[in-house]
Design a protein around this ligand. Structure first.
Ligand code: PEP
Ligand code: MN
Length: 344
């Protein structure tokens, strides 16, 4: 159930509702958007009828959650979730760009790339220190040394850091460094890792598994939300199909489909979705046009020397073009939105 409280309802009324639920063994999470306060209690309907809770002081309305996604579904929140990452608001209508090399390879590589990413006005730098690789013989990332370099890059260029946690054992170290913790496609159903991320105070970017349906992806988000972390961003990064011309197939329709089911922000990663530099910009534009809340893209100062994902990394000049074109597509949609009163 979603229990919506009256505007400016006193804290003791909220506490009284929480205590009543807890006394019946019902776990509830407090959601405070700044404008409204609500309680989300997925199992409350097993014990209480909505009209009983509506008699409590301060309760405005009780909405049953019929969706199987008790925490991620649209009816589980009073509005769309905006996830704040080092001052950048994701899901609030702005187009957010996240960019950087696939992995941290050296100080020089990271800093050279971070410099032009920051100069393009992008506020979030993404690079893996722990790399999940298909082959155990491929570059696995610099590990803790990579995290140290990311920390330095944050200070040097005033950028938020997005980096991947690949296992529970190293989660603490990644969490300490990251402003946004990425959970990769291969780990979308690593339930221990999802739950650990759910206990983190840091926001989480959850990539869609290469073979996962939208439902499976949302259930994965439920694992994180269920532990109390409300700051989850979904990221479509291509799925495996019969199509052989690209690394994966970008599932554009999942963007509006997900937004129709969940209050969580949805981003698009055109780099892993295609694996080909020449396809990245068109697919990024498509992601923005489909209504994605942000684009996550790989770029490298010298892609031919990259230790991972070089063929999909944008050259610095291509990256500048991507930023410009994505912003223009986003701005065109805003104008159309405002002018024609259309709801995208
Ligand atoms: C990455 O972001 O570098 C990565 C490994 O992505 P994915 O988990 O989508 O394959
Ligand atoms: Mn990569």
């Amino acid at each position: 159930m979603l229990i919506l409280m009256e505007p400016a309802c006193p804290a003791e009324h909220v506490r009284a509702v929480l205590e009543l639920l807890e006394a019946s063994g019902i776990r509830a999470q407090l959601q405070d958007s700044g404008e409204s306060v609500s309680l989300i209690a997925p199992h409350a309907s097993k014990v209480f009828k909505a009209d009983r809770l509506e008699t409590l002081k301060g309760v405005r309305r009780v909405v049953p959650i019929t969706s199987p996604f008790k925490l991620a579904s649209l009816d589980a929140a009073a509005g769309r979730t905006v996830v704040e990452v080092r001052g950048v608001r994701i899901g609030g209508g702005e187009l957010v760009l996240v960019a950087g090399p696939c992995g941290v390879e050296s100080r020089e590589q990271l800093f050279t790339t971070a410099r032009y990413v920051a100069e393009a006005g992008v506020k979030l730098l993404r690079a893996g220190a722990f790399k999940p690789r298909t082959s155990p013989y491929s570059f696995q990332g610099l590990g803790e040394e990579g995290l140290r370099l990311l920390d330095e890059a944050r200070r040097e260029f005033d950028l938020g850091i997005v980096t991947e946690a690949t296992e529970v054992e190293t989660f603490d170290a990644v969490e300490a460094c990251a402003d946004l913790v990425q959970l990769g496609a291969r780990n979308m159903q690593n339930f221990a890792l999802l739950k650990r991320a759910g206990r983190s105070g840091k926001p989480v970017l959850l990539k869609r598994g290469p073979g996962a349906t939208l439902e499976e992806w949302l259930y994965a988000a439920e694992y994180i939300l269920g532990e109390g972390n409300r700051n989850v961003i979904l990221c479509e990064r291509g799925i495996r199909t019969w199509s052989a011309h690209a690394r994966n197939t970008l599932d554009i329709s999942v963007v509006p489909a997900a937004q129709g089911l969940t209050h969580l922000p949805v981003m698009v990663d055109p780099s892993h979705a295609t694996g080909r530099r020449d396809l990245v910009i068109p697919c990024a534009r498509a992601g923005v046009a489909a209504g994605a809340d942000g684009i996550l893209v790989e770029t490298h100062c010298q892609p031919e020397k990259a230790l991972s994902d070089g063929p999909q990394a944008l050259l610095p000049s291509d990256f500048i073009r991507l930023v410009d074109e994505c912003r223009r597509v986003h701005a065109a949609l805003q104008v159309q939105h405002a002018g024609a009163g259309l709801a995208f």
